[in-house]
Design a protein around this ligand. Structure first.
Ligand SMILES: [Zn+2]
Length: 139
């Protein structure tokens, strides 16, 4: 089954046609629209490949395998995205509860401090204990 892919390599868009999992296929020419290059056994029939031994068509065809894997895991990805969204919502709710709890704790702590200050005030001017006569002084 022939399948056509759209891939972008270094900003250039290619169409690539591949048959099943075969590492061979046709890749459109980025510089000459309408022209196609044949890629098979790690070689390409374009002038660039015969000159440099490498070309973007090889990369474009290899990229189709990644595109295929990306598409194959689409359902899994979407499920993970939904799970991540649900977790984010739960985290937000937990953080909201923590903020409320912290607020309540801060309020309680302020009350404790106020109570402490109120009970300290009268004790501040504590009377000295009555002098106890020294034994033998009255004798
Ligand atoms: Zn090529």
């Amino acid at each position: 089954m022939l399948k056509e892919y759209g891939v972008t390599i270094k900003g250039k868009e290619y169409r690539a046609i591949r048959n099943g999992t075969a590492p061979a296929g046709l890749v459109s020419s980025a510089s000459h629209p309408g022209e196609w290059h044949t890629v098979k056994s790690g070689a390409c029939d374009c002038p660039g490949f015969s000159y440099r031994g490498k070309c973007s068509h090889l990369g474009a065809l290899a990229a189709t395998a990644l595109v295929e894997r990306w598409e194959a895991h689409k359902g899994e990805r979407e499920a993970l995205e939904r799970e991540a969204e649900a977790l984010a919502a739960r985290l937000e709710a937990i953080l909201g509860k923590l903020a409320l709890a912290q607020e309540a704790e801060d309020g309680a702590w302020l009350q404790v401090q106020e109570m402490a200050q109120e009970t300290e005030k009268p004790k501040g001017k504590k009377k000295a204990p009555p002098a106890v006569p020294l034994a033998g002084a009255a004798a």
